[in-house]
Design a protein around this ligand. Structure first.
Ligand code: HEM
Length: 315
């Protein structure tokens, strides 16, 4: 009993490090988006230095205009890098599941690759790399959300519950298709932001995501006894997608009509930032829902997933 309590408290500490890393990465994604929307990507022309300075000693008095956005973005990138190292160390000290420890290692490799990608975009003046950098940032965020979900106390509770789920085949498909559709939508959004292309594909993607969320909501209401663990993310998803559709419409008006001539620049910036923030939250929440659903479907004794149970759940 005592041992179980210690295990839970150590796991909770790891989960707190995950929460901090997810939060800092959300701020970083927002800062990166502001760099794009204000056209500040090349405001600092060198990398990894900042106008020849070590970036940590660059004088705050010179953080003005586009430099403020780009420099803050780089500093937040360093913070996320440090937090990812802390996450790796915490997992290797406190986590007994080896696949979780290795996922933190993948996260560290990913954050290094992301930093180099961002630097190459500046040094090589390659605008196409910015789109890859933006989409990869969201993939990295998704990986952190996976770690956040599997280190949460609800993960163990879901694995231990004996409740049965109705309509498992539909649920299994939702767990795969919903996050895949949301990520595709995010990549289409990056095309739209960086190249002004794929508007109608992005609108069609929005309709698909909204449709899938309605199906998920209906399924959870009807078939799931796992009340809070599945209902909370699906209700959150429904609210976030409704908000996102309205913000998307405003972003469309801003970019593709003459609204930007009639309203102050800051209004547009806020709309675009809110659309990106909500899109990132839709992505993260779709992963929380999908992972918990998969956990509930594939649960078996202890922590492992059993292939036999998985195949039963699908039929
Ligand atoms: C579930 C629905 C949606 C999601 C998840 C989503 C997600 C995103 C994301 C993440 C971006 C920014 C990509 C980046 O810069 O890296 C974006 C950009 C954009 N989206 Fe959406 N979107 C959705 C619906 C819509 C709708 C319905 C419209 C309306 C036409 C729309 C219009 C736009 C526009 C105009 C941009 C470019 C904004 C910019 O330049 O920053 N979106 N979308």
């Amino acid at each position: 009993m005592e041992q179980e309590r210690n295990k839970a408290s150590v796991r909770r500490r790891l989960h707190h490090v995950c929460t901090a890393t997810v939060g800092a990465t959300l701020a970083l994604v927002m800062a990166g988006g502001l760099v794009t929307n204000t056209g500040s990507a090349l405001a600092v022309p060198d990398w990894p230095t900042t106008f020849g300075y070590n970036m940590f000693t660059y004088p705050p008095s010179q953080w003005v205009g586009g430099v403020l956005y780009e420099h803050t973005h780089r500093l937040l990138g360093s913070l996320v890098g440090l937090l990812t190292i802390a996450l790796l160390a915490a997992a290797w000290f406190w986590e007994e599941r080896s696949w979780v420890r290795w996922l933190t290692f993948v996260a560290l490799i990913a954050v290094i690759a992301q930093g180099v990608l961002g630097g190459m975009r500046v040094v090589l003046l390659r605008h196409d790399l910015a789109m890859v950098h933006g989409s990869f940032a969201q993939a990295f965020f998704g990986l952190l959300v996976v770690l956040w979900v599997v280190t949460a106390p609800s993960w163990d509770r879901l694995g231990e519950s004996s409740a049965t789920l109705q309509g498992s085949r539909l649920a299994g498909s939702l767990a795969l298709v919903l996050p895949a559709a949301v990520y595709t939508q995010i990549v289409l959004g990056a095309f739209l932001t960086h190249r002004g292309q794929a508007l109608w594909e992005h609108v069609a993607g929005a309709a698909l995501v909204a449709g899938l969320v309605v199906v998920a909501l209906a399924w959870v209401m009807r078939a799931s006894p796992e009340t809070a663990a599945l209902r909370t993310p699906v209700f959150a998803l429904a609210g976030l997608v409704a908000l996102q559709l309205s913000l998307g419409f405003l972003a469309y008006l801003w970019h593709f009509t003459n609204l930007h001539l009639r309203l102050p620049y800051q209004v547009g910036l806020m709309v675009l930032a809110a659309h990106r923030m909500t899109g990132t939250l839709v992505w993260g929440t779709s992963l929380v829902f999908a992972l918990r659903l998969a956990r509930a479907l594939f649960r078996s004794e202890g922590a492992g997933w059993s292939v036999k149970e998985a195949s039963k759940a699908w039929t």
